[in-house]
Design a binder for this molecule. Structure first.
Ligand code: ASN
Ligand code: ZN
Length: 332
C-alpha cells in the first residue's frame, strides 16, 4: 500500500488485543493516528522531559501484552487516546480536547517507578509513568479518559483545581473516564463505576476510587459537608462521583457487568436512576455551558438542573431526578 493511514493491531497489558490507528511511512509503521487529529504516542525511555521518540515498527503489529515489550504501554496509551477521542466525538460531537479537531499526544515510560499519570495543558500532552516496579504502567483506559478529561475541563469550565471547584474538576475526570470505559466496551476492560481498578496503585489489588460509595476508599466524601472545600480534590470529588452514580443507576445494591455496588443516600431516600447516557449528557452540558472556574457544589446543583431542563424539560422526570439526587448527597 501507499504511505498513509493504516489500521494496526496491538496487544496492550490492560486492553488486550485492539485495533489502533497507525501510519505507514515507507517500510515502517508509526503510532500516529491521522484519523483522530494526528494523535501520536512516544517513548520517553524513562526520561522526564521532551517529546520522546515516536513509536515505529517494521510491521503494523504492536506490543505483546507484557511490560517488558516497550510497545505494550504505547498500545494501551494510544488506544486510550483513540477511545477518548471517539467517546467525545460520538457522544457529544466534540472534536478533540479543545473541540478544534487537533489531537493531543501521549508519552509513556516516564521516569523510574513513577506511580502517576498526568495531563499537561502546556504541551497539550498526556504522560504515563510505569508504576511500582516499572511493572504497573498507569495506562489503563479509565485513567487515560480521566487525565485527558482534565484537558476538556481546562478548555471549557476551567474549574480551579482547589476547594470545591477542584473536587468538581476531579469528579468530571472520573465521570468522563467512566464514560470512556463504557463507550469502549472492551472485554478485557469490563466497564464499571470504579476508578483505577486495573493498575493496582496501592499494591493491594483494590481500585483507587469507588463512585457508588466513595468512602469505601477510606477517605473520600460520600456527602457534602462543610469540610468539602478543605479536603484534597481527589476526596471532595466523591460527592459528585456519588451524585453521578446515583443519577445513573439509583440507590441500593446492584450488580452491573459483573461488578457489585451498594449506594447509600444521605436522606434515606430511594432513588431510581435515569441511566448513564442521560447522566453523562447532563454533566457534559453543565460543564460546557454553565460551570465556571469558581463553581462550587451548590452552584453545580443549579447548573446541572439548568442543563437537565435544557435537554429534557423542566417538567421532566430527569429534572426531578437531578434535584432529588443532589439532595441525596446533601447538596441543597
Ligand atoms: N493523576 C492525577 C490526577 O489526575 C494527577 C494530578 O495530580 N493532577 O488527579
Ligand atoms: Zn485528576
Amino acid at each position: 500500500s501507499f504511505d498513509g493511514i493504516e489500521t494496526g493491531t496491538g496487544t496492550g497489558q490492560y486492553n488486550g488485543q485492539v485495533t489502533i490507528g497507525t501510519t505507514r511511512s515507507g517500510s515502517s509503521y508509526q503510532l500516529l493516528d491521522n484519523t483522530r487529529g494526528g494523535h501520536r504516542t512516544t517513548d520517553l525511555n524513562q526520561g522526564t522531559s521532551g517529546t520522546g521518540t515516536l513509536f515505529t515498527n517494521s510491521s503494523d503489529t504492536w506490543g505483546d501484552g507484557t511490560q517488558s515489550n516497550r510497545q505494550t504501554a504505547g498500545v494501551d496509551a494510544h488506544y486510550g487516546a483513540q477511545e477518548t477521542w471517539d467517546f467525545y466525538k460520538q457522544t457529544f460531537g466534540r472534536s478533540g480536547i479543545r473541540n478544534d479537531g487537533v489531537a493531543s499526544s501521549s508519552r509513556v515510560h516516564y521516569g523510574d517507578n513513577y506511580v502517576n499519570a498526568f495531563w499537561d495543558d502546556s504541551c497539550f500532552c498526556m504522560t504515563y509513568g510505569d508504576g511500582q516496579g516499572n511493572n504497573n504502567p498507569l495506562t489503563a483506559l479509565d485513567v487515560a479518559g480521566h487525565e485527558m478529561s482534565h484537558g476538556v475541563t481546562s478548555a471549557t469550565a476551567g474549574l480551579e483545581y482547589a476547594g470545591e471547584s477542584g473536587g468538581l474538576n476531579e469528579a468530571t475526570s472520573d465521570i468522563m473516564g467512566t464514560g470512556v470505559e463504557f463507550f469502549a466496551n472492551n472485554p478485557k476492560t469490563p466497564a464499571n463505576y470504579l476508578i483505577g481498578e486495573q493498575i493496582n496503585i496501592n499494591g493491594d489489588g483494590k481500585p483507587l476510587r469507588y463512585m457508588d460509595q466513595p468512602s469505601k476508599d477510606g477517605t473520600s466524601l460520600d456527602y457534602w459537608s462543610a469540610d468539602a472545600g478543605n479536603v484534597d480534590v481527589h476526596y471532595s470529588s466523591g460527592i459528585a462521583n456519588h451524585f453521578f452514580y446515583l443519577l445513573s443507576e439509583g440507590s441500593g445494591a446492584k450488580t452491573i457487568n459483573g461488578f457489585s455496588y451498594d449506594s447509600p443516600t444521605y436522606d434515606g431516600s430511594t432513588l431510581t436512576g435515569i441511566g448513564r447516557d442521560k447522566a453523562l449528557a447532563i454533566w457534559y452540558k453543565a460543564l460546557t455551558t454553565y460551570f465556571t472556574s469558581t463553581t462550587n457544589y451548590s452552584a453545580a446543583r443549579q447548573a446541572t438542573l439548568q442543563a437537565a431542563g435544557d435537554l429534557y424539560g423542566t417538567n421532566g422526570s430527569e429534572y426531578q431526578a437531578v434535584a432529588a439526587t443532589w439532595t441525596a448527597v446533601n447538596v441543597n
